[in-house]
Design a protein around this ligand. Structure first.
Ligand code: SF4
Ligand code: SF4
Length: 378
């Protein structure tokens, strides 16, 4: 009797999965084709068949402590071969979208980022915050700015921007860490403690992320490796650019502006272009070929368009400064700051948070030696 498990179905969870793209989950008749064709699935307790069963039963607690949910890269090899059209790749994506909300601290932020009705409010917050900084600095009198050359520090001082994004991000990432800790502890309770040391598991996971080797195992959507590679390294490059520019200005009293010929500018521009190209590939593939590429849900589209907005407005802000057109340059810079605020301050609650949850799941999977059979065989 001690092996008897009490099932706790959650009908609201089922409803949420259906509305987040998992509307096909009840078509599953457990044939296991999906688990057999998934190259990222391990040999023992393979996914996504068991996740389809858990989702169909509304077993939220099982899925929220399941590392396999994040070991799926939505390549859709399983969805195109499912004989029932149950789309397991999209069900797995719907479970991940729910996880942002489930682990969110505070929880209302997770709900807001998954709810289209909250979008105006989510935009209003950065507009008001950045607008307030603008008012403090200029009193909304822009006539002196329009009379001279474009200089963004005259619009909003860099110290304000640093305060907003550095201190704010420390706070937000501390909240994100609480959610990640909940997830890691939940996996340990449900699946047991790792046998491989945490530091070694982190090191091996970082190497794996850098090489993107799991994407190579996908057959149906081969474009995903290039697209994800460009977006990931573009984003990392943009973050590095912001950090290096800060060091250049504060420590070496260089700029602003930083000259176009400076390596920091090259890095920033290359990163922005990489993100725009990568996101364009995703939009074309997932927008025009949803059956094979996987139909994006609301939170996917929000992340895609906000990331594209950050990259595109960043490049345009620079172009406006070069052509020295104040009437266009300052509003574009304002839009860019609002987009950056949206992406970074809401990161743990949006699809950007997959960077953290997937990394934690990969680390945990390494620690219990749970590796894709395709990589183990290689
Ligand atoms: S999702 Fe499709 S392939 Fe997987 S077990 Fe269910 S019916 Fe079979
Ligand atoms: S979408 Fe790809 S990685 Fe995810 S379960 Fe299906 S086959 Fe595996």
């Amino acid at each position: 009797m001690s092996d008897v498990k009490l099932l706790k179905p959650d009908s609201d969870f089922q409803r949420r999965l259906r509305s987040a793209g998992g509307d096909s989950l009840n078509k599953c008749y457990q044939c296991a084709t999906c688990a057999a064709v998934c190259n990222l699935s391990p040999e023992a307790k393979p996914f996504p068949r068991k996740e389809m069963l858990a989702a169909g039963w509304g077993l939220k607690d099982d899925l929220m402590t399941d590392p396999d949910v994040w070991l799926c890269y939505q390549c859709n090899d399983c969805s195109v071969r499912c004989p029932r059209g149950a789309k397991p790749g999209e069900v797995m994506a719907a479970v991940r979208s729910y996880a942002f909300e489930h682990f969110a601290v505070p929880s209302f932020m997770g709900r807001a980022l998954n709810n289209p009705a909250a979008l105006p409010l989510l935009f209003l917050i950065p507009i008001l915050v950045i607008g307030a900084l603008l008012f403090i600095h200029t009193g909304f009198d822009f006539s002196p700015l329009h009379a001279g050359d474009v200089e963004y520090r005259l619009f909003i001082p860099h110290g304000y921007i640093e305060m907003l994004f550095i201190s704010g991000n420390v706070f937000i990432f501390a909240l994100a860490a609480l959610g990640l800790l909940k997830y890691y502890n939940g996996m340990q309770r449900a699946w047991g403690s790792g046998q491989i040391g945490f530091i070694r598991a982190v090191y091996e996971t970082i190497l794996e992320i850098i090489t993107h080797n799991r994407f190579e195992k996908c057959d149906t959507n081969r474009y995903r490796k290039l697209a994800h590679f460009l977006i990931f390294f573009g984003f990392m490059g943009a973050m590095a650019t912001a950090g290096l520019a800060l060091i250049a200005m504060v420590v070496f009293h260089y700029g602003p502006p930083i000259e176009m010929s400076h390596p920091i500018k090259w890095l920033g521009n290359a990163s922005g272009i990489a993100m725009v190209v990568g996101l364009t590939i995703v939009i074309v593939q997932r927008g025009g070929n949803a059956e094979r590429a996987g139909k994006p849900n609301y939170s996917h589209w929000l992340f895609i368009w906000m990331t594209l907005s950050v990259a595109a407005t960043g490049l345009l802000t620079q172009i406006m400064r070069l052509i020295n057109e104040p009437v266009l340059a300052y509003p574009m810079y304002f839009v860019h700051l609002v987009a950056v605020f949206f992406l970074l301050w809401y990161a743990p609650y949006s699809q950007l948070g997959h960077m953290f949850y997937r990394t934690i799941a990969l680390v945990y999977a390494r620690s219990i030696d749970r590796q894709p059979r395709a990589l183990k065989a290689a």
